[in-house]
Ligand binder design. Structure first.
Ligand code: BYC
Length: 479
């Protein structure tokens, strides 16, 4: 039974009446210390004893679910929060359209659902691992606090998925939950499942791009899962989406502030070299965008996907906001025309709609990214410069699906591997770009101060001022 208020007296805060299921409660309480060990090992390095101004969910109602206070990260109340679902919920798409939604996993879909939950779950600890050293070079207390907010919420998203594994997938689920704490981002022997979650995030521009582009994949994948016929998955992902919004804000405004700072220093002179002032040139920012955006596009899977078709047919995973945005929820009619490479030439192919569901989701994602870019370009224009940020073509620099193994310019023109190798440093953040950006990363921890390469935000968190002490250190010097 799902309540709107969260029981914070329990060892594991929850709104699912966990104490009524002693077996499940015990299993999760056994997983808890392993999780804390993982957090201490792989969570933000060096800040575990500091007090961070964090928000915690106190209720899943639309108003008042967030409560702000100082918390040491290992004491954060990770827990299990599900959005209440309507009574007599009906399935909204696929072959089971109109039938009663499922409170339990149907035997025939157990493997597919487990795979979806595990894939989603794996991204959450992965991102915390990727970002674990960033605190040491934070550009301000405001940014440091935002990083940690994102990190603890990714930890909670892991909890959300582990709850599903423990509750609905028996022994296999419990084993998968253990393995989620064993894999490690970037470890060649036991890597995280999806590619981009094995990429190191070593500077703050990468972090902002990741939160902008990679977290945004999360918005669309969670949005598609929130439509699932399996009600516990739908209810869990709906609540995760509420938290996700802040992560996207951190990414989108983070990149905007870097652009703003650079433009301010350029003072309307398009040829001015901002590296003289220790800021990040616009073309370097563009190459960062190209890198993280193309890596994130891979997260939608193949353009033509029988997995995607099966997930939709079986009513496991819908489209983004399936109910609100689509009229036909069966998807048996219609098709999508996709660019494909055949015999070394770029052509097109018509694919039945269900097989193109990954691409339908990717389309929505791309449109959303384009909106953010328009905002960044307005900033550039307002500060009197002539520079336009663009998203590269969806075929550019891909490692999954139809375009993997082929080479394209950012404009989408098919080229050979040699040309790509010669020109890639013009297009994708190179080692040199990254070394430069990294060289600017020095920790700034005085309240109200910001690193030179980034503009302050427009406002603080939860109505607090810019010079608010968003992080209270227990020790003063940290490196
Ligand atoms: N890297 O038919 P295909 C988030 C595998 S982000 C490596 O093309 P499908 C977050 C695929 O597993 C949201 N492998 O793809 C963000 C399959 O393997 P098998 C995460 C990949 O299955 C920031 C094979 O290639 N949520 O929340 O239609 C911070 C062919 O599969 C990749 C989800 O992903 C890749 N990029 O779609 C924190 C939702 N792509 O079976 C959090 C759940 C594909 O041949 N996942 N493969 O061994 C899914 O719905 C689907 O699994 C995918 C792939 C959309 C990922």
């Amino acid at each position: 039974m799902v309540a709107t208020h969260v029981d914070y007296e329990a060892r594991i805060p929850n709104n699912v009446n966990l104490s009524s299921d002693r077996r499940l409660q015990r299993a999760l309480e056994r997983w808890l210390p392993n999780y804390i060990d993982w957090w201490r090992d792989m969570g933000p390095e060096g800040f575990q004893e500091d007090k961070i101004y964090l928000r915690t969910a106190v209720s899943v109602e639309k108003t008042g679910w967030a409560h702000f206070d100082y918390v040491k990260m290992p004491d954060y109340r990770w827990g299990i929060f599900l959005n209440p679902t309507e009574q007599d919920r009906k399935i909204g798409f696929g072959d089971h359209l109109g039938k009663d939604a499922w409170d339990q996993v149907p035997g025939e879909y157990r493997n597919a659902l487990r795979r979806i939950v595990v894939t989603q779950a794996d991204t959450e600890p992965a991102s915390v691992e990727q970002q674990r050293l960033l605190g040491k070079s934070c550009p301000s207390l405001y940014d440091l606090r935002n990083l940690f907010q994102v990190n603890v919420e990714e930890g909670r998203h892991l909890w959300a998925m582990v709850y599903l594994l423990h509750s609905y997938f028996g022994r296999d689920g419990r084993e998968e939950a253990e393995e989620l704490l064993q894999r490690r981002s970037g470890n060649p022997d036991k890597p995280r499942i999806l590619n981009v979650f094995n990429e190191p995030i070593e500077d703050w521009l990468s972090f902002f791009c990741f939160a902008m582009f990679t977290d945004r994949d999360g918005k669309y994948q969670l949005g598609a899962l929130a439509e699932s016929a399996f009600t516990p998955l739908a209810a869990t992902t709906q609540f995760m989406l509420t938290e996700e919004a802040h992560h996207l804000f951190v990414g989108q405004t983070g990149v905007e502030r870097v652009i703003r700072r650079t433009c301010e220093l350029m003072k309307g002179d398009n040829d001015y070299d901002v590296t003289k002032e220790g800021a990040i040139p616009l073309d370097v920012i563009q190459r960062y965008i190209n890198r993280w955006y193309s890596l994130s596009l891979d997260l939608f899977g193949s353009e033509v996907s029988s997995n995607g078709a099966t997930f939709f047919a079986n009513s496991l995973k819908g489209r983004f906001q399936e109910q609100r945005r689509w009229e036909d929820h069966v998807g048996l009619e219609g098709s999508k025309v996709l660019p494909v490479v055949r015999d070394g030439r770029l052509g097109s192919e018509e694919v039945p709609l269900r097989n193109a569901m990954n691409e339908v989701l990717r389309d929505e994602y791309i449109a959303d990214c384009e909106k953010a870019l328009r905002g960044w370009n307005k900033t550039v224009e307002k500060l009197g410069l002539h520079y336009t940020f663009t998203l590269p073509d969806r075929k550019f620099h891909r490692h999954q699906g139809e375009y993997a193994g082929h080479f394209f310019t950012p404009e989408g023109e098919l080229i050979d591997e040699e040309t790509f190798a010669e020109r890639q440093d013009e297009w994708i953040a190179s080692d040199e770009d990254r070394a430069y950006v990294k060289s600017l990363m020095h920790q700034v921890t005085e309240p109200g101060h910001f690193a030179h390469w980034i503009a302050p935000p427009k406002r603080g968190i939860n109505g607090q001022g810019m010079d608010f002490e968003y992080v209270k250190f227990t020790q003063h010097v940290r490196d």
